[in-house]
Ligand binder design. Structure first.
Ligand code: PHE
Length: 496
């Protein structure tokens, strides 16, 4: 036991209580620091050896400036003591005293302890009285000792910001249920030795703390994007959609752009948005069946199926350029072509995978991100079907209010941007783009007349950020990804 602890226990043993810890600390010899008495009481109370009851008490305390004067004297007395018998020139005095010179000078003048004489060389400071009494230092000492000062004295010290009112808690201490003059250290383990010697009978065991947090078992963690992707996949599968193969990041311009009736001069094709690939730089057009290739060329150049086309030459070289796919609609175009070749049957497809855009990266944009694509092909589909499917999908995600805004895509007509109301963010956010594929895209593939294809593309990152409360996309993907976010997020979100 520490010295403080044994003094506390002895006092309790002798008197049954300590009425006031402050008085107790002060009257001990030597005096005890109240704070360390309180610390000791906390630890004794935790062991059930004492009980305490606190009361707030206010008293005067010393500012840190005052602490300094307590040991070195008040500024005015320091100044007075620096003035030698014959006087000292003002500049030297100031240099000698540093930061307390001004206040010391002002106070010493007020007390009429010093005078100033003008000489040819400047101002000379001289003593006016032969000795002084440092009352301020004495008052500060009294405050430190807990003595009471006259009201006027307190007022002056407060004005000089040397003392202020502080509150602290003092305690009334009584014996606790486990009071004893000696601490017993509770055992934490039952040992073989205790069993053999039978000492376990007398031993006191530390109770289990069932409120303590256990050590989290080490485990793997799924990235939030993967969790939301799994949820999206599940919803589409439940709605009867089939997943498209998305395994080629490198695509030819033909499938990414030309098959979609995207004109060859379209700005999205130029290097600002598209990452072109240099090794290998091209996919020969001979990989696309010749009749289809010719129909694509002719729809671009001359039109057909009620369309005028673009009226400008279509170059094979442009269509052969390799790129990192800019949207998963490239996957849909391959799939629709294949569907038409197999003999058309109504179908519902989806895909979720990475796409690439040559964009400046900021808190809401990445150069590669996940796109979720959906396609429904059937006879007689309308915009109403598109709105219906999207509403159902977002409803299952917990985003039940949707708004649509007319938009433009080279391959859809009409086109609509999709906005969802986020209850979590309390605002409308853009979640994707959609439309009905144009006949200029579908007819050359061989999709039969009367068949309409409704389609949409959604981002995966934005809904994930909303669902997981992440506001910087760079914490979610890329080289600055936050591993803490990955570790700390719940295994699953209920309701998704
Ligand atoms: N490809 C479009 C995009 O990347 C999304 C889209 C897909 C729009 C299908 C309409 C139809 O923004």
């Amino acid at each position: 036991a520490t010295d403080v602890e044994s003094q506390v226990l002895e006092a309790l043993n002798a008197h049954g209580e300590i009425a006031d810890t402050e008085a107790f600390s002060r009257s001990a010899s030597p005096a005890l620091d109240h704070q360390s008495v309180v610390g000791t009481l906390r630890s004794l109370e935790a062991a059930g050896m004492v009980s305490t009851e606190g009361t707030e008490r206010t008293r005067l305390g010393l500012s840190s400036e005052a602490q300094d004067y307590l040991s070195n004297g008040s500024p005015e007395s320091q100044l007075y003591n620096s003035v030698p018998e014959g006087g000292i020139c003002m500049a030297d005095l100031k240099a000698q005293l540093g930061s307390i010179a001004d206040i010391g000078f002002r106070q010493a003048m007020q007390q009429k302890w010093i005078v100033i004489e003008k000489t040819e060389t400047g101002q000379l400071v001289k003593r006016k009285v032969s000795e002084v009494q440092d009352k301020v230092a004495q008052q500060l000492q009294d405050v430190a000792d807990g003595k009471t000062l006259a009201e006027a004295e307190v007022k002056d010290l407060r004005k000089r910001k040397l003392v202020m009112q502080t509150t602290h808690t003092v305690y009334h201490v009584t014996k606790g249920p486990n009071f004893s003059m000696q601490r017993r250290k509770a055992e934490t383990d039952l040992t073989q030795e205790m069993l053999q010697r039978g000492t376990w009978r007398e031993a006191e065991f530390k109770p289990y703390n069932f409120n303590a947090l256990g050590v989290a078992p080490p485990s793997g963690h799924l990235h939030p994007l993967l969790k939301v992707r799994a949820a999206f996949r599940k919803i589409f599968t439940q709605m009867g959609f089939e997943e498209m193969p998305t395994n080629s990041f490198v695509e030819s311009s033909f499938w990414n752009f030309d098959a979609l009736f995207q004109p060859q001069q379209h700005p999205a094709r130029d290097a600002h948005d598209t990452f072109f690939v240099t090794h290998p730089a091209t996919t020969p057009l001979s990989t696309v069946p010749e009749d289809y290739r010719k129909r694509v060329q002719s729809i671009h150049e001359r039109g057909g199926f009620g369309s005028k086309g673009y009226g400008s030459p279509w170059r094979e070289g442009e269509a052969e350029k390799n790129l990192l796919r800019t949207h998963t609609t490239a996957v849909s175009s391959r799939m629709l072509y294949r569907l038409a070749q197999q003999g058309f049957k109504p179908a519902k497809y989806f895909s979720i995978d990475r796409v690439f855009r040559n964009e400046a990266i900021d808190r809401t944009h990445l150069a590669e991100f996940f796109q979720l694509e959906g396609v429904v092909c059937d006879y007689g589909l309308t915009l109403g079907h598109l709105i219906g499917v999207l509403s159902q999908f977002f409803e299952r995600l917990g985003l039940s209010e949707l708004r649509f805004k007319p938009a433009y895509n080279p391959y859809t007509e009409p086109s609509m941007e999709i906005f969802a109301y986020s209850k979590e963010l309390k605002k409308w956010i853009e979640v994707g783009n959609s439309g009905m594929f144009r006949p200029e895209m579908l007819r050359p593939m061989g999709i039969p007349p009367g068949v309409n294809v409704i389609a949409w593309g959604l981002g995966l990152e934005r809904p994930t950020m909303i669902l997981y409360g992440i506001n910087n996309i760079r914490e979610l993907s890329g080289h600055k990804v936050s591993l803490n976010i990955v570790r700390q997020n719940p295994i699953c979100r209920l309701g998704l």
